[in-house]
Design a binder for this molecule. Structure first.
Ligand code: ADP
Ligand code: MG
Length: 482
């Protein structure tokens, strides 16, 4: 069945919703509601139906992921260009990019990282351009990518509903032919386990090693993280301990460059950041001290500060220049990767930048663009007609810190979103995330492991510009291939 959605009557939808809610709660497709108690959970916001995705477009995403992993590993290992870009960005954004860069520099001993090996759990976000029917890149994420656990489960949920005939109650047949399920939780766990294994082989710890995950306080999306923890333990026998940035200084200790969890004195092989990507998370010097302590030791970081910084939107923009891209990937790779790009402009004084300044300030042309600062985590972008007004208020010497990106226009679909038990019947549009893991050496450039790691579909009402699931605009979805 291609590109259509089941037409259910009221009774059919009610039965479907009942089955969906109980499956979600029974299988941990869950999230804490706002203002939560630890013992009361809610289903995660999801779509009732999977959303169509052209097979060819999806496969291109899978195909280019390892090349993209490599490009970013190469950028980090080469260092020189990344350092230059980040140094410039730091002058415009001293409070955050500048501080991260400063902590990176402070963490070096004789100009080198204490642990050169680095783990990337990356997610590349795309939208499907409805005219070309091709996936186009939104952004490359190098830190704290989420929904590994929930993505697998929403695929299983849609498969269950399909198999049980809830999508066609009258005839009880399977409405969809092909609902792929992402193995993200196990794939990301495998990435962490590979880094743990590498640490054990190279650093010969005398005790048990554990993975330390840095989490945000009062995380509503903690079940997503827990699924990863459980997969790591059941698939690989590796334990994971949790800490907030706030707790790091009192709950860890460094001895002879090795990092330990104080309570158990277990040696930490990998520090995995599910926090620490935004300026709001560093409110005291203790948080910055924590970041330095975590960086300056033998544990493998996921990501290292330099890898986190390579996720800057400025780097993404620069990579759309053919010359720069070709420096980091071979000729064929460059052609494939470039298929996923839309035009991104700098806002500086280069020829391209001057052209972009004109486009951004033009009341009609600006409708084709989104203006992005160097920030992560949603809610920071300026869209379309808001751009000229925003720039008018922004001192000109700050413009360079932004990129101007063409808006991708995906098709909208008549799927339905369920959030806290209520069904919303509005047009949705979707964003596809393709994951990859890479274990590499930031000094030598050696790549030890480079793998695909599943996918994620997030959808949101087409009326909203941004799709933060936790923020309440969006939901977790799954693809069905057409
Ligand atoms: P962040 O680092 O804050 O997540 P993103 O670049 O991912 O920044 O942008 C946030 C959201 O804005 C995206 O998830 C997407 O919904 C929307 N968006 C960003 N860039 C584009 C674009 N070029 N075309 C359409 N929507 C976009
Ligand atoms: Mg994003």
């Amino acid at each position: 069945m291609s590109g259509t959605f089941p037409a259910l009557d009221e009774r059919g939808q009610k039965e479907l919703v009942g089955a969906l809610l109980q499956w979600s709660l029974a299988n941990g497709l869950t999230m804490y509601p706002p203002e939560f108690n630890a013992y009361l959970v809610a289903h995660a916001p999801v779509t009732l139906f999977p959303t169509p995705m052209p097979k060819q477009a999806f496969e291109l995403g899978l195909q280019v992921q390892k090349e993209f992993n490599k490009v970013y590993a190469n950028i980090v290992a080469e260092k020189k260009w990344l350092n230059e870009v980040v140094e410039t960005l730091s002058t415009y954004d001293p409070e955050f990019t500048g501080k991260l860069f400063e902590v990176y520099q402070k963490s070096l001993v004789d100009g080198k990282s204490v642990q050169p090996v680095s783990l990337g759990l990356f997610r590349l976000d795309y939208m499907l351009d409805q005219v070309k029917n091709e996936i186009k890149q939104i952004e490359f994420n190098t830190v704290s990518v989420l929904f590994g656990g929930l993505s697998t489960r929403v695929g299983q949920l849609h498969q269950y509903l399909n198999k049980l005939g809830y999508y066609d109650r009258d005839y009880l047949y399977e409405f969809y032919d092909d609902i792929p399920v992402s193995s993200l939780d196990h794939d990301l766990a495998r990435g962490l386990a590979q880094a743990n294994e590498h640490y054990r082989n190279v650093c010969s710890p005398s005790t048990t090693t554990v993975v330390l995950v840095i989490v945000q306080p009062n995380e509503r999306n903690c079940f997503d993280q827990r699924h990863l923890e459980y997969a790591l333990l059941s698939d690989h026998g590796v334990k994971l301990v949790r800490m907030t940035l706030e707790e790091v200084m009192k709950s860890t200790t460094v001895r002879e460059t090795r990092l330990y969890a104080k309570q158990t004195m277990d040696e930490i092989s990998v520090v995995y950041f599910r926090a620490g990507y935004g300026p709001d998370e560093y409110t005291t010097t203790n948080h910055w001290d924590a970041r330095l302590t975590l960086e300056k030791n033998l544990a493998i970081k996921c990501p290292s500060l330099l890898t986190q910084l390579s996720g800057a939107k400025k780097i993404q923009q620069e990579l759309t220049n053919e010359g720069i891209l070709k420096h980091y990937v071979d000729e064929k790779g460059a052609v494939d990767l470039a298929k996923t790009f839309v035009k991104i402009y700098p806002l500086d004084d280069s020829t391209q930048g001057l052209e972009a300044q004109k486009l951004a300030q033009d009341p009609e042309q600006c409708e084709r663009f989104v203006l992005k600062p160097q920030r992560e985590g949603g809610g920071n972008n300026i869209y379309k007609k808001d751009i000229p007004e925003y720039l008018a208020k922004l001192p000109k010497d700050q413009w360079q810190a932004y990129i101007l990106m063409e808006i991708i226009n995906p098709a909208t679909h008549k799927n339905k979103i369920i959030r806290l038990g209520k069904v919303y019947d509005e047009e949705i549009l979707s964003e596809l995330g393709i994951f990859g893991t890479i274990l590499f050496n930031e000094d030598s450039g050696d790549i030890y492991q480079n793998d695909n790691a599943g996918f994620l579909l997030r959808s949101k009402f087409s009326s909203s510009n941004e799709g933060g699931v936790a923020a309440g605009f969006g939901c977790v979805d799954n693809i069905h291939l057409v």
